[in-house]
Write a protein that binds this ligand. Structure first.
Ligand code: HEC
Ligand code: HEC
Length: 351
């Protein structure tokens, strides 16, 4: 009898262990939809389009205005900066490893990268250009007519093709080979002792792994982790997508609304069990971490910074690895001069 009980308990614990969320290294290339396979020509074209201000109503903004390559595809601000000198309600997420995300935006309202591309154009605070007008502008440009013919032979230029090219480019933005990746792949020296202690906390006492696990350190799910909403934006208790923690220490503000400004504030937020207003309950609880534990957890978060790369080797024609731009690029027209006295976007927003 007793023996039977032990066997049952043992097998139960094996099932339990297999179900436990794990840390996993990130390897390989993001999946692409069957109707949008990558190619060198498409990726190069997508890169041009991503940084082209032609895709905005005032010809002064591109995707790269907010997703700046040199800032890990964020904007370095607490929240995104809209047209008409307005601060938007959400922060600009970085786009590294976005090809592995299973939904787009902090509320996951869009499922694929291809589908996402039209949204900032249609948004009057972001790029403010009818996608059909964007396609017409591109069709009228002989440089793009040639580039599209190369990337999409025999197809007519449309916004859907613009979106495919940009999505193809975004799938090349990857960051791996972090200290944690190397540790998980067998290099026991890759994690400093503080980061190793932080990993114990992350997967144990601090319970971060409940939601942040797998190669991207996210369950791809939606939770309420007790971040307060800014006045007038969002209902209290709203669930948001668990953010990937890869390269999290390279972000300039944290959480969907950029309310937390540094890693210290993030750790304090979790340590106190969030800041849910009365009547709402966050899906986390107070942790009572000591100062040493907080700095160990921080060391672990730093070990999630990867090596930033352009993944060009999954484009079939170019087996030879990472690189910068693949073509000389579209010759840039002289920047239009604003009319006298007209307000100009601050220079850090122009690219
Ligand atoms: C005004 C600044 C701004 C511009 C311009 C902009 N974005 Fe964004 N981007 C944001 C913000 C803010 C969010 C988050 C919005 C939300 O969750 O509601 C976002 C979210 C995204 C996401 C979702 C990422 C994720 O992890 O969920 C992708 C992909 C993206 N943008 C790509 C683009 C592309 C492609 C363009 C150009 C066509 C572009 N963005 C133009 C600010 C901007
Ligand atoms: C109940 C699920 C859950 C748990 C447990 C959890 N998180 Fe989160 N985490 C989230 C969600 C959801 C978000 C996104 C919230 C938002 O956008 O407002 C998030 C966001 C973050 C961010 C911000 C990323 C960014 O770029 O803005 C960091 C950093 C973070 N979590 C670290 C941790 C750490 C460290 C722990 C353990 C102490 C932890 N999380 C535990 C669900 C969770």
């Amino acid at each position: 009898m007793k023996y039977r009980a032990i066997v049952v308990l043992l097998s139960l614990s094996i099932v339990w262990a297999a179900d436990q969320p794990q840390l996993e290294p990130l390897t390989g290339a993001p999946p692409h939809p069957p109707d949008n396979p990558p190619s060198q020509a498409k990726i190069a074209l997508g890169e041009e389009l991503f940084f082209d201000q032609t895709l905005s109503g005032n010809n002064r903004r591109s995707c790269g205005t907010c997703h700046k390559a040199e800032l890990y595809f964020t904007d370095g601000l607490s929240r995104a900066w809209g047209l008409n000198e307005s601060e938007l309600s959400r922060k600009t997420p970085g786009l590294l490893n976005v090809g592995w995300q299973r939904s787009m935006f902090f509320d996951g309202r869009v499922k694929t990268l291809e589908e996402q591309v039209s949204k900032p154009l249609e948004n009057h605070q972001e790029m403010d250009l009818d996608p059909a007008e964007a396609a017409a502008r591109i069709q009228a440009d002989p440089y793009y007519v040639r580039a599209f013919a190369e990337a999409f032979p025999g197809e007519e230029i449309s916004f859907a093709l613009i979106a495919k090219a940009i999505a193809g480019y975004e799938r090349t933005l990857v960051s791996y080979d972090s200290d944690l990746d190397r540790y998980l792949l067998g290099d026991a020296e890759a994690l400093q002792p503080a980061a190793q202690r932080g990993m114990e906390l992350f997967t144990g006492k601090a319970e971060c792994i409940r939601c942040h696990h797998g190669p991207l350190l996210t369950d791809h799910g939606f939770h309420y982790n007790g971040v307060p909403e800014r006045d007038g934006h969002g209902a209290p208790g709203t669930k948001y997508k668990t953010q990937s923690l890869r390269d999290a220490m390279r972000r300039y503000s944290f959480m969907h609304n950029g309310l937390l400004m540094n890693v210290r504030q993030v750790i304090e937020h979790y340590d106190r069990g969030g800041s849910a207003p009365a009547g709402f309950e966050a899906e986390i609880r107070p942790l009572n971490l000591s100062d040493d534990e907080k700095s160990d957890l921080t060391a672990f978060l730093r070990a999630l910074n990867g090596r930033v790369n352009r993944l060009l080797d999954h484009a079939p024609e170019s087996p030879d690895a990472f690189g910068a731009r693949t073509r000389p690029g579209k010759p840039k027209a002289a920047a239009p001069q604003p009319a006298d006295g007209a307000a100009q976007d601050p220079s850090y927003l122009n690219r």
